[in-house]
Design a protein around this ligand. Sequence first.
Ligand SMILES: [Zn+2]
Length: 267
Amino acid sequence: MLSQAYSALEKLGRSVVKNSKRLVAPGSEPESSSDTCSFGEKKVLTKEEIDSAWKRVEESSVKTLPNDLILDELELDTARFLVSAIVRRHIEDNHSFLLPPNAISPAGTWSDLSELQDNELVYIQSQTYRLPSRTRIYLFLRNALWFTVPALRFYLEKSDTIRAILARDEGNSFGLYEIDGDSEMFGYAIYCSGSYFNHDCDPNVRKERRGRSMAFYAKRDVPPGEELCINYIDLNDVVKVRREALSKYWYFDCSCRRCARELDAEV
Ligand SMILES: [Zn+2]
């Protein structure tokens, strides 16, 4: 089913990706936004406005794509990621009894994912232009899969499943590198258990990618009661850069002992 869904995406993708100049780097703002969901100059959206934007796209026809529905490469990658998550949920919902334990996903089940922090509101409020991007991806997926993989319609008729995944992707996913933090990121994944590690700028746990899995190792002896923490950002950065990155992408102000020590030293 997954290969069938991927092939439907590629087919629709080839027909609508017409302008490679629309390629958007993570964190950069696109030059224009889709008419499918536009908010003009308004900078901070409310939860109700975000809900109604999704409602509007849910109500559009599955038979015709909006003329301006062109996904850039990043959006197409996101669409593929979403398809893998939807197919995984479908298997869990309908066929899990056929599978041996842990065959669904060593990364976690749908209910594990649902329990992670929902970052939709804070993410869209900080990067408003991502909302039209996300609704475009939803429309694209729905149109690509509605007739080609009807078993997935249940997850696409409403936007709930797509929103739930995207809301947890941000702030919970792990970048996948050839060498951790020292090479170009070639993908990302959500490992539900791993998402429970908090950040520390002097972490006592290191993460190591093993193929498609992520392993976690203690870096030193950890006394009873000490929290196990990993690092979300490059530890070689200075305190100001680290704290800005954590605030921007993980929505918290780091108050770890290393940050406190280095902030004191700056005064
Ligand atoms: Zn810190």
